[in-house]
Design a protein around this ligand. Structure first.
Ligand code: MN
Length: 254
């Protein structure tokens, strides 16, 4: 059996090809998995579970169709969709996870994280993160109308760009000292995260032991996943499939 991990899809109506690949993934590859973990930034933005945008309704239904099959599926917040809450979880059947979280994968302890908390060199971002993850701040935001939240998000993006930080969360990498501290603190040698959009498997020495940090890729140009089974992890990429022909079926002669 196999456990699958994905992150950083950044789903939005303006990028329909990513959503189509995600739905295809849920309807095919993911169905043979023992469990599915989404490690944050499933959505480009999330204003609240009460957002009536029809694009989200379709995506939520597709996730529900997947979890209704009885496959455990988990979601950890990213820095774009940290406002996802219990209503979304109830609607989709996704189980919300704390960040970080240590799980057991076929006898190996693995620390899961979105990864943004490890980008400690970006002090300004860490201040924003601390503010926006505060339950009081989130309650204040949820009390606003969707229109007010949209206006707030647009202004926040403008402010960020004015400071020249529009791409900060993609450009900044994790801090190695923070990585090692988190592994030590949790007594593990292996970490899996997303966020940086720098897919790779990093091996390094941690207090005389071999440690591993696996980074998932984003879905902007292709899909990315980690497939973990009894043989360990595999970082893989999924090229975009050509669109189906008009009937949605394959030519039987090809
Ligand atoms: Mn992120």
């Amino acid at each position: 059996m196999t456990t699958l991990f994905i992150a950083d899809l950044h789903l939005e109506a303006n990028r329909p090809e990513i959503g189509e690949q995600f739905l295809n993934f849920l309807a095919n590859e993911a169905r043979s998995a023992e469990a599915l973990y989404i490690l944050g930034d499933l959505f480009e933005a999330w204003l609240g579970d009460d957002d009536p945008n029809p694009y989200y309704a379709g995506t939520k239904q597709s996730i529900r169709d997947f979890t209704d099959r009885g496959i455990p599926a988990y979601f950890m917040h990213g820095n774009r969709d940290f406002m996802i809450g219990e209503d979304f979880a109830a609607e989709t059947g996704l189980q919300l996870l704390a960040d970080p979280l240590v799980i057991d994968l076929y006898g190996q302890k693995v620390l899961l994280s979105h990864g943004d908390a490890l980008c400690t060199d970006d002090e300004q971002y860490q201040q924003v993160r601390a503010m926006t993850r505060n339950p009081d701040w989130q309650a204040m935001m949820r009390a606003k109308s969707i229109q007010e939240r949209i206006a707030f998000a647009i202004q926040a993006r403008k402010d960020s760009m004015a400071r020249g930080e529009s791409l900060t969360d993609e450009i900044m990498d994790v801090n190695q000292v923070a990585v090692e501290a988190l592994l030590r603190e949790n007594g593990v040698d292996t970490m899996l995260h997303g966020h940086t959009h720098r897919p790779a498997v990093h091996e390094f020495d941690l207090d005389g032991r071999s440690a591993t940090r696996i980074v998932l890729g984003d879905w902007y140009e292709q899909g990315s996943l980690v497939r973990w089974d009894t043989d360990g992890p595999q970082l893989e990429f999924m090229p975009r499939q050509a669109p189906p022909n008009e009937t949605g079926t394959r030519d039987p002669d090809s």
